[in-house]
Write a protein that binds this ligand. Structure first.
Ligand code: UD1
Length: 383
């Protein structure tokens, strides 16, 4: 039986891993077995455990419990722990997701042990090396044996970086194989959107009407750690909520939660906290966030996953960054880049909230990306 070790650690990876894990259990039973390693990068119940429960992912076989630390220390602790597990388990492949420090540590540990790395969500680039995620992606891609890009633009980025799209088997780190295969996040949205609304009471609890609120999320360090940007974002939210009498739902990542009072000007903090239209809540579970996305009028976010889910659920999205890896959504007019600028956010809000001629091409495949990925790994890496 072909053994795969999946490394996860941060919230978005747990969500992506759900699609592959489900596929291995349902479609590759008896051929492939998966061992899950949780690095412990995210450890709060509502950043980790709640996703395992809701997304039907088996409990991790190992938890390294590294917790929060500087990038170097956090990555080093993971590297040490993952290496030990890989030496013991001797898998045929290590599966990694996205661009977090957990992804980076796993790719380094596995590649140094000559274990093939399969990277799900390969090829995405912001072309901004001040983002820790950009460094993690570039390094991970160049250590991988099988690279699965969710988008055409990601696949083309890999070709520009020297990957050969015509490579033939056998594949290895010197002869890596790149694929354009669709997005496992889309697989998940299709799978869970049916059940989401029925299994959460969040709209009722927050007294929200369909299409009657804005969903906003902020967690990138560029936004949370820079007081000028954080103030500008929350001033914009407060202004739109007040001028247009529109509630904002803001599930706060712990990073933002910790920094809100510290980095917002006292008068901004006060006016947000006292505005009944600003509904600041703890991090939402996956089914809750899906329900909020399905029912929002518009979404504002600096998260990669939420930018795409907006599109999956046919909602316009204002991206609170100066660039994005999901370029097709901006090119197609569904999403607008507004950075952390109050003027740009106001203009984007006016434009997108009035627009009604959006189109939804199938940029992210047909909901079978996970099956494609498992099939390719099994046929090319098992011997
Ligand atoms: C990480 C990823 C980012 C991803 C995000 C999703 C990296 C470099 N970044 O960022 O790409 O979009 O996850 O959520 O890996 N904290 C808690 N409890 C938790 C987790 C975090 O309180 O369960 C707080 C801690 O103060 C910590 C801070 O959040 O220092 C940042 O957490 P960390 O995991 O280092 O990075 P994220 O910002 O979550």
């Amino acid at each position: 039986m072909f053994k795969v070790v999946t490394i996860i650690g941060a919230r978005p990876q747990i969500i992506k891993a759900a699609a592959i894990s489900r596929t291995i259990r349902k479609k590759f039973e008896g051929k492939m077995v998966e061992l899950i390693v949780h690095t412990g990068q995210h450890y709060d119940v509502n950043m980790s455990k709640v996703f395992f429960d809701e997304l039907e992912i088996p409990q991790p076989h190992y938890n390294l419990q590294v917790g929060s630390a500087s990038h170097g220390k956090q990555t080093a602790l993971m590297l040490e722990g993952i290496e030990e597990i890989l030496l013991k388990e001797k898998p045929g492949c290590v599966l990694v997701y996205g661009d977090t420090n957990s992804t980076l540590a796993a790719a380094i540990a596995a590649s140094k042990l000559n274990i093939p790395v399969a990277h799900v969500e390969a090829g995405l680039r912001s072309f901004n090396r001040s983002m820790p995620e950009e460094i993690n992606r570039v390094v991970c891609d160049h250590l991988s044996t099988m690279l699965f890009s969710p988008t055409r633009s990601g696949f083309e980025n890999l070709i520009k970086e020297g990957f050969d799209k015509n490579i033939l088997p056998p594949f290895n780190p010197n002869r890596p194989k790149i694929y354009h295969c669709g997005d496992v996040m889309y697989d998940n949205s299709l799978y869970f959107s049916e059940v989401a609304g029925k299994n959460t009471t969040i709209l009722h609890d927050l007294q929200l009407a369909p299409n009657g609120f804005v969903l906003a999320t902020v967690h990138r360090n560029q936004n949370t750690d820079d007081p000028a940007r954080l103030n500008s974002l929350f001033l914009s939210f407060n202004r739109i909520a007040t001028e247009f009498a529109f509630p904002f739902v803001i599930p706060l990542h712990p990073r933002t939660q910790h920094l809100l009072q510290e980095n917002l000007a006292p008068e901004v903090f006060e006016s947000i906290m006292s505005n009944p239209l600003m509904k600041i809540i703890p991090p939402a579970s996956f089914l809750e966030i899906i329900t909020l996305e399905q029912n929002a009028k518009l979404i504002m976010t600096d998260s990669g996953g939420v930018q795409k889910e907006s599109f999956f659920f046919k909602k316009p999205c204002i991206v609170l960054r100066s660039e994005t890896e999901w370029v097709e959504l901006v090119e197609n007019g569904n999403n607008l880049l507004a950075d952390a600028s109050e003027d740009k956010i106001m203009n984007a809000w006016k434009l997108l909230s009035a627009k009604n001629d959006f189109t939804y091409p199938s940029f992210y495949g047909d909901g079978t990306a996970a099956e494609f990925i498992c099939g390719k790994i099994l046929s090319h890496l098992s011997r």
